[in-house]
Design a protein around this ligand. Structure first.
Ligand SMILES: [Zn+2]
Length: 460
């Protein structure tokens, strides 16, 4: 049994001095005043043998907060940073994603996931949802993502994408029966894994047929899990659904039987009042990616309306080439700033709300006991240096964490009771080795990138 103490611990929305967190295995089993845990004898820990059976770690002048939850990412996209930045969505998609994803194979997918997850851990992301779609006709690539997550020590949700729009690269596309069967196999294999969870995820209304979307929903219902799908990221998709079916996006999903508490939509930028009312009424969730929506020029999700309607909301970074950062602390800040300017109202979203969306909200949307420092929750913790200049002056620590903190304040990151990042180093996998693997994989791409940028290589 371990007790971790720190100068401040965030419990139920307030920082508490003199508190401790008890951890057994990968789970928090108790949180409260250290003195109470020691039977009123706070000095017991200082005496040899004074606290029998307890291992007490004092983390010192840090604030312990829950690990952040990245509710939407595509890990391989971290390899594509800088390739088609500053281009319109479809140029970005064709010159970065569609161009390079088919070249990766399991080793490239593994390297991309190491890069994304290794970097994220340094920013205090302890759980990531990788919405993964480069299948090459099987689960080998998805297994490579899982291996990378295990190797760096991050908690992983793999939303296995189901994709049958043939306009995309062949490596993404599967038939409905193949997608259903392979997704089911992967879900069953990891059903009782302590740090890997697999959910079905038909890609989107534009890249998955109604049959594929319904097959994914059936799978989620049969297995009692969640279901993720991109919805209304761009206006073009809303127009497509209107032209083809004469309906609004959420109304259309409902007509397919795909609406309920297990539904998690990604983006939800172009939804109207009626869409939002339906989502909230169904108890559905949203993975909101403010920086990616800004980077790609998508638009502004109506977050205050979503929250008011009762939609569960989590924050995501989206892929590393549409942000291009991978920090949820960063998304908290961006979410707040974007919503304020969208409404011309400095009170549109408070730091406390943004922080909750990036932590406990992530746990609710992903359906996992994460994002809070409380008994029964996973021991996923981030220690923030109270002496870091970006947290000064400490009038309101939570506001500073959201608005002013820089990553230099992140001293230590724990996932499932294991410290995986400390003092700027990934303890599980050397960052230098990740850099070498990335350079070996992508060094040869630069000629293609340069040719494509000149507009002469697109037929190659
Ligand atoms: Zn996405």
């Amino acid at each position: 049994m371990r007790l971790i103490t720190a100068e401040q611990i965030l419990v139920n929305g307030a920082f508490r001095p003199g508190y401790a967190v008890e951890i057994v295995g990968d789970t928090i089993t108790w949180v409260g005043p250290l003195a109470e845990r020691l039977g009123g004898d706070a000095d017991a820990v200082l005496r040899p043998g004074g606290a029998p059976g307890l291992s007490i770690e004092d983390w010192g002048r840090v604030a312990l907060v829950p690990g952040t939850v990245n509710a939407h990412n595509h890990s391989f996209q971290s390899l594509l940073r800088g390739i088609a930045d500053d281009e319109p969505f479809f140029v970005w998609r064709d010159r970065a994603l569609y161009r390079f994803a088919p070249l990766l194979g399991p080793e490239g997918v593994y390297t991309g996931a190491l890069l994304a997850f290794g970097e994220m851990l340094g920013y205090g992301v302890t759980t990531v949802n990788d919405f993964f779609y480069i299948h090459d006709g099987g689960n080998e690539n998805a297994e490579a993502v899982i291996q990378a997550a295990q190797d760096v020590g991050i908690r992983l949700v793999l939303t296995r994408t189901m994709y049958d729009w043939t306009g995309a690269p062949a490596s993404f596309v599967e038939t409905v029966p193949d997608a259903y069967r392979r997704t089911r196999q992967l879900m069953e294999k990891y059903a009782s894994h302590p740090s890997v969870t697999v959910y079905p995820a038909p890609h989107s209304p534009h890249a998955a047929s109604p049959e594929m979307i319904q097959a994914g929903w059936r799978l989620a219902e049969e297995t009692g899990t969640y279901f993720h799908i991109h919805v209304a990221e761009g206006q073009y998709e809303v127009k497509q659904i209107r032209d083809k079916y004469g309906m609004r996006p959420i109304e259309w999903l409902e007509s397919l039987g795909v609406l309920g508490p297990r539904l998690v939509i990604v983006h939800g930028v172009w939804l109207d009042d009626e869409d939002i009312r339906r989502l909230g009424g169904a108890g559905a969730g949203l993975a909101y990616n403010p920086a990616s929506n800004m980077f790609l020029g998508d638009g502004i999700t109506r977050l205050p309306e979503m929250l008011a309607a009762g939609v569960k909301v989590a924050l995501g970074t989206d892929g590393g080439c549409s942000n291009n950062r991978t920090s949820i602390f960063d998304e908290m800040r961006t979410c707040g700033l974007l919503q304020k300017v969208a409404r011309l109202d400095g009170a549109a979203i408070a730091a406390e709300t943004a922080f909750r969306l990036g932590t406990a909200g992530g746990g609710e949307v992903l359906g996992l006991p994460i994002g809070r420092i409380a008994p029964g929750f996973k021991a996923d913790l981030v220690a923030l240096d109270l002496d870091d200049i970006s947290l000064y002056p400490p009038h309101n620590l939570l506001k500073n964490i959201v608005y002013s903190m820089s990553p230099t304040a992140i001293r230590r990151v724990m996932v499932g009771g294991r410290v995986v990042w400390a003092e700027g180093e990934l303890l599980t996998f050397p960052l230098a080795r990740i850099r070498r693997l990335v350079e070996t994989l992508t060094g040869g791409w630069r000629e293609i990138i340069a040719r494509d940028a000149e507009g002469v290589g697109s037929q190659a």
